[in-house]
Design a protein around this ligand. Structure first.
Ligand code: HEM
Length: 423
């Protein structure tokens, strides 16, 4: 089923159809759906610590508008119709379909007017930092117009939704497809992935040549559970909430591909305790975290110290241990809540291990601030402190490369079809 989502197309759809449960149907009544497109948490089950458990299968579509200039009214209506078709076909839930569509700075450049200055969107090139360049050389900046993130626990739903969007089926889940994107958007990229054990292990086994270092219990390729009540903010926290803002109910989205080419080294050169030092902090140990972080309770700190205290020790840990943890570095960005709502997931597209990193935040500046905490031991001086902390001890940074970066504005649902910059 996972392979079918990765391959896509009508043959995959036919193969999956005969083995899938019929998904719950949707609605054509707008009042049944939240105006925030990214309002997913209330529509999916919670895990044992009360956080929304992201659906297992993911599909990202990168879309380029086929025409020059500003979109016309007919195209806007067609986009809205196509998206409403998905809402009619599938329930807004993990068993049906949850999705967002966002628009890039390149899209808004088509217009003569600017976005309101407090919208918080920025060109993706502004996110690329010194560490990206040192590690990756050339990071590609996305120039597509729009980006969709679709998710479901049912692989059939993702394949049917994609087929409906591109005019390959005439009905979904018994609902007629009344409009599609085929004349409007070119699909310039499609990315897929999954969450939750044993999918990372199984996907590696199927897709990545050579030995499989990822165990069946690993929730992601790097092996540790992420998202705790203290490290993941609410949807409210990242939303544009000011009622006089034209995009009230919207948010910004950062989308990057991390090529996880160091995963084998992560497991072969480091024992469990060393991996815990690098993922969480040198104050954590396996008695408290367990092999995969599942022994931690609701919070990401230890029983002795909260993550905020541990975060404050980052520079000291760098000096004394020569190693710092990913989570402790990033927890320094809390103010007092963490600014990023993470919706990233692992992927083995094209036979390579990846993290499809997706975060929602009130502004892209928030992302840049958090990323600075990840790149530098001493973010004030913007020094990677390479003499104290070599890259392989600098959290998890030595184990992946950023290869593409894109930023998008996710408008509220009622403005999601080709929004103008100041609607
Ligand atoms: C290979 C990629 C990555 C993996 C496997 C990974 C995994 C993790 C894990 C296990 C944690 C600790 C548990 C938790 O609190 O959720 C964590 C925390 C966090 N990560 Fe990542 N991460 C990755 C990349 C990134 C990137 C690129 C960013 C953004 C710049 C990021 C932002 C964060 C934030 C904000 C936290 C929470 C910090 C806090 O406690 O306030 N992560 N990550």
């Amino acid at each position: 089923m996972k392979a079918a989502v990765a391959i896509g197309g009508t043959n995959a759809l036919i193969a999956v159809r005969s083995r899938s449960e019929t998904p719950p149907g949707g609605t054509d009544d707008r009042s049944n759906l939240p105006d925030r497109q990214f309002a997913w948490n209330d529509y999916i089950p919670k895990n044992n610590i009360g956080l929304a458990k992201g659906p297992s299968h993911r599909l990202l579509l990168h879309l380029k508008y086929r025409r020059e200039g500003v979109p016309n009214r007919t195209d806007r209506e067609t986009v809205e119709d196509a998206l409403r078709t998905l809402e009619r076909g599938f329930e807004w839930s993990n068993e049906g379909l949850l999705f967002t569509i966002g628009y890039s700075p390149a899209y808004f450049d088509r217009f003569d007017t600017d976005l309101p200055p407090d919208t918080g969107l920025r060109d993706p090139s502004e996110v690329i930092d010194q560490v990206d360049i040192e590690r990756s050389g050339n990071v590609v900046v996305e120039t597509d117009d729009a980006h969709m993130h679709l998710t479901s626990d049912n692989p059939l739903v993702l394949l049917e939704a994609e087929a409906a969007l591109f005019g390959d089926v005439s009905e979904i889940n018994g609902e007629p497809v009344t409009a599609d994107f085929s004349e409007i958007f070119k699909k310039v990229d499609r990315r897929t992935g999954f969450t939750g054990a044993p999918l990372p292990h199984e996907s590696w086994k199927e897709d990545v040549p050579g030995d499989n270092p990822v165990t069946e219990e690993a929730p992601v390729l790097f092996g540790f559970k992420s998202l705790f009540t203290d490290s993941q903010p609410s949807e409210d926290h990242v939303a544009i909430t000011s009622s006089d803002h034209p995009f009230c109910g919207g948010t910004t989205e950062h989308v990057s591909i991390l090529r996880d080419d160091g995963v084998r080294k992560w497991y072969s050169e480091h024992c469990t305790e060393e991996r815990i030092d690098r993922m969480f902090s040198p104050s954590h140990n396996s008695d408290e975290t367990g092999q995969h972080g599942r022994k931690l309770g609701r919070q990401s700190g230890t029983s002795e110290q909260s993550m905020v205290d541990i975060a404050e020790e980052t520079v000291k840990n760098a000096r004394e241990h020569g190693v710092v943890g990913h989570a402790q570095k990033l927890a320094r960005a809390r103010n007092p809540l963490p600014p990023l709502l993470r919706r990233d997931f692992p992927s083995t597209d094209n036979g390579h291990p990846h993290t499809q990193f997706i975060s929602l935040q009130r502004t892209i500046d928030d992302f840049i601030d958090v990323r600075k905490m990840m790149s530098f031991v001493d973010p004030e001086n913007e020094r990677p402190a390479a003499s104290e902390v070599p890259i392989e001890n600098h959290g998890i940074q030595g184990f992946f490369k950023v290869i593409r970066r894109g930023n998008y504005l996710i408008p509220p649902r009622h403005l999601r079809a080709f929004p103008s910059p100041n609607p």
